[in-house]
Design a protein around this ligand. Structure first.
Ligand code: SF4
Length: 264
């Protein structure tokens, strides 16, 4: 059976193999994550509708189109969240639509991509989701909307892995190269873009090779203590920072040997 890899999995492994082991090999639940997820989901859905259902006969939609889409997607939200979402989309419209000569039709919105890679005789499925995929003159641009109030700081190494993984998967699916990843911060109207280079591909292939060796041979999952330990949901189980780490919960997945099938 192939081993599925997402950008989040790869980033967790890169951050700390021990945390990866807890989360993905033993399936230990992390700390509960409380957030205004419902508002973020509605915003993502409204933006998908704005781009997907616009007729593109006029160069740009009027603001009423944004309001119409928000009205359809702002369900199951509190009045405060509806008003907050409306303000966020108004800012988005002013920052990214109204000042442009035309709103370009994307390749796809809210899509899934899959690719594959064989390393150390292990078959990896590279899987990911994206918010929007646009055509550039010479390739593709992936758009990632950020809707949280306190977005995590950008860690360049982790972004590089995300770019590399999407590069590999998109190349196989669209036969076109990913040229840029852009993060759009919905609450501030800020935009940060990263150009793709050949190093992104090399880096992701190297980290996947290292992970393949872990899965295939080492299975040591060494802890990598650092600043990330302050935010680690598994700190209480971790021998690197606890003199007497707690045992894993009883419902953790049993330790298993390699259950991956060799590709022949
Ligand atoms: S506490 Fe630190 S070293 Fe331990 S698993 Fe978490 S990130 Fe890794």
């Amino acid at each position: 059976m192939p081993y599925t890899l997402s950008a989040a999995k790869l980033q967790t492994y890169y951050r700390c193999p021990q945390a990866y082991y807890f989360r993905y090999e033993r399936r230990v639940q992390g700390a509960a994550f409380f957030s205004s997820a419902a508002l973020g989901t509605s915003l993502h859905q409204a933006l998908a509708q704005i781009y997907q259902e616009w007729h593109y006969q006029d160069p740009i939609p009027r603001y009423e189109w944004i309001e119409h889409c928000w009205g359809q997607q702002a369900t199951n939200l509190t009045p405060n969240q509806i008003s907050e979402g409306r303000n966020i989309l108004r800012r988005y419209y002013e920052s990214f639509i109204s000042g442009k000569s035309a709103m370009r039709q994307p390749v796809a919105v809210e899509g899934k991509i899959q690719g594959s890679l064989c390393v150390e005789n292990l078959e990896f499925v590279l899987s990911g989701r994206y918010d929007r995929l646009d055509y550039l003159d010479d390739g593709l641009e992936l758009i990632d909307y950020k809707s949280t109030k306190d977005p995590e700081p950008i860690l360049e190494d982790e972004i590089d892995l995300q770019i590399g993984l999407y590069f590999l998967a998109l190349e196989q699916h669209y036969q076109q190269a990913l040229k840029r990843l852009t993060l759009l911060y919905l609450r501030t109207g800020e935009q940060i873009s990263f150009d793709v280079t050949p190093d992104h591909r090399r880096q992701v292939e190297s980290v996947i090779s290292e992970l393949a060796v872990q899965l295939r041979h080492d299975r040591q999952w060494l802890p990598f203590p650092g600043e990330q330990c302050d935010r680690c949901a598994y700190a209480r189980y971790c021998p690197a920072i606890q003199a007497e780490p707690e045992p894993l919960p009883e419902d953790a997945k049993p330790e298993s040997g390699l259950q991956l099938m060799l590709s022949i």
